[in-house]
Design a protein around this ligand. Structure first.
Ligand code: PEP
Ligand code: MG
Length: 313
């Protein structure tokens, strides 16, 4: 029966009791943006711009960047929106023209937004390219920075994005950002939780280390608590808080995330239908019970079992 529902579910996303939900796609370039655009999504929740530059020796010009970004924005000029993430180079995503060489701990080093500390021009030129693409396509464009640790960083970033007429947000990938979510929301328009890195930094376990998979699990109670804190801050502020890490693609966890008050889920295009179908089968009240069950569980296995029980699986 589930398989039939999966095949027949075509959106738009809503809970069983009719609460509209936002499902978004994670994309890497123009072609993935185009193919994701035919799924029942309201837009792109994470455009990983660094993936466009993995094999580039030199930084593309503003004009070249604008062309690349336009290809991603264009399929969503039909009233949908795209969240562009500024360069998240470094650590697991080395980029020749940006990454700092020879760091002992690259995951804790100069990566993401931090690359702009000693090279502000890199960020400025990228924002100019994004702004040009937003203008030429007419697509509603939000811009967020990865690896934000402090409110001061969020403040500086928001100022640069607003100066270009775009909507600023930050990713919540570092526990400090989750704990300060309410203050982050005083200076930006939205938050997006990157559960892959948030889990890595909360559990101090390398996201690439397969032998630490029991720790790099977004169902860990400490990670769920940080997500709940961030979602709560969003509700208090009346501003969107999404999830764009792998956790959003887990249909079971998605119910708990919606129950916590998360306002959008962004995932690989292939996950949209399974997640949408699952959410269409539960009420908001059930999602809230799922969130409470997950948050109260002592470990990831118990949390999964508790949510399954709430859902009657
Ligand atoms: C994350 O960290 O969860 C995230 C969405 O960003 P990335 O996987 O690109 O680091
Ligand atoms: Mg990340």
């Amino acid at each position: 029966r589930l398989r039939e529902e999966l095949a027949s579910w075509t959106g738009p996303a809503a809970t069983l009791d009719g609460l509209p939900l936002k499902l978004l796609a994670n994309v890497a370039d123009g072609s993935s943006a185009e193919s994701a655009g035919v799924e029942p999504v309201q837009g792109v929740g994470l455009f990983r711009t660094e993936l466009c530059f993995l094999d580039q020796k030199n930084e593309p010009t503003v004009e070249e960047q604008a062309d690349i970004y336009s290809a991603v924005l264009a399929p969503y000029a039909d009233g949908r929106y795209v969240v562009v993430r500024t360069l998240d180079a470094g650590s697991d995503k080395p980029i020749a023209f940006a990454t700092h060489e020879g760091e002992e701990n690259p995951a804790l080093g100069v990566r993401g937004l931090r690359l702009s500390f000693d090279n502000p021009g890199l960020m400025d030129r990228q924002l100019d390219g994004i702004a040009a693409a937003a203008k030429s396509t007419g697509t509603e464009t939000w811009v967020m920075a990865p690896m934000v640790a402090t409110v001061a960083e969020a403040t500086d970033f928001a100022e640069k994005v607003r100066a270009r007429g775009l909507k600023p947000g930050v990713m919540v990938e570092i526990p400090s950002a989750a704990l300060l979510a309410h203050r982050m929301l005083e200076v930006v328009d939205f938050l997006s939780i990157g559960t892959n890195d948030l889990t890595q930094y909360t559990m101090a376990a390398d996201r690439m280390a397969t032998d630490l998979a029991h720790l790099t699990d977004p169902w860990q109670p400490a990670v769920l608590q940080l997500i709940a804190i961030t979602a709560h801050a969003g509700k208090e502020a009346g501003k969107p808080v999404g999830v764009c890490g792998e956790a959003a693609a887990d249909p079971l966890l998605a119910t708990a995330l919606i129950g916590m008050g998360i306002s959008s889920l962004s995932m690989a295009a292939r996950a949209v239908r399974p997640v949408g179908a699952q959410l269409s089968r539960v009420s908001l009240e059930t999602c809230e019970a799922a969130a409470e069950a997950a948050l109260g569980a002592p470990d990831p296995m118990a949390a999964r079992a508790a949510v399954r029980e709430v859902l009657g699986h």
